[in-house]
Ligand binder design. Structure first.
Ligand code: 5GP
Ligand code: MG
Length: 177
């Protein structure tokens, strides 16, 4: 395992990015009464911070998504866990994920949320990696855009490690061997 991940976005930059995303959500939907859907596990820290910035008047709900396993490359297949249907039906839903890579996860989650009768959907991601896209999906709100790098920290793991890091970083070479 490579050593300490090299910092790409530090805690202060992340805080500013999250604050700005919350401001843009409130601009779009000033009346409150929204549902924040956190895509687990990676978005646990992001959604918690986003919820705090959004403040009162939101419902928080979760779905688990899997596609990477132990690798740093998407398997191309996304497995989703259960949704809390009552939190989505007739609601304005913000889908929060920390990072979009191929776009498979976000497009699958959005399709399922739509199917469950959401009134409106906003996709909100902290980090976008547009060069890696295999599915035609563009998040509505993006904090940072990065080239093709595998990030860890701030909820993102590599084989179960690094989720608790307070910053987003990159692993050294050969992390996927
Ligand atoms: P996608 O389906 O767009 O390929 O990837 C979305 C999911 O894959 C994210 O929710 C995240 O869990 C994981 N993912 C995508 N890119 C990265 C990355 O650079 N690092 C980590 N640790 N996970 C990633
Ligand atoms: Mg992972």
């Amino acid at each position: 395992m490579a050593g300490r991940p090299e910092c790409v976005f530090d805690a202060a930059q992340i805080r500013e990015g999250v604050r700005d995303l919350a401001r843009r959500i409130r601009e779009r939907w000033p009346e409150g009464g929204l549902t924040l859907l956190c895509v687990l596990k990676g978005a646990a820290l992001f959604a918690a911070d986003l919820a705090r910035e959004l403040g009162d008047g939101l419902e928080l709900t979760f779905v688990q998504a899997r596609s990477y396993g132990k690798s740093t490359v998407s398997s191309g297949e996304v497995t989703l866990g259960e949704f809390e249907d009552e939190a989505l039906r007739g609601r304005r839903v913000v889908v929060a994920d920390t990072i979009v890579d191929t776009g498979l996860t976000l497009s699958r989650v959005v399709a399922e949320v739509r199917e469950r009768g959401a009134d409106a959907i906003l996709t909100c991601v902290l980090v976008d990696k547009p060069v890696r896209r295999t599915v035609d999906v563009t998040p509505d709100l993006v904090g940072f855009t990065v080239p093709d790098r595998f990030l860890v920290g701030y909820g993102l793991d590599h084989d179960g490690h690094h989720r608790g890091l307070p910053y987003l970083g990159v692993l050294g070479e050969s992390a996927d061997e």
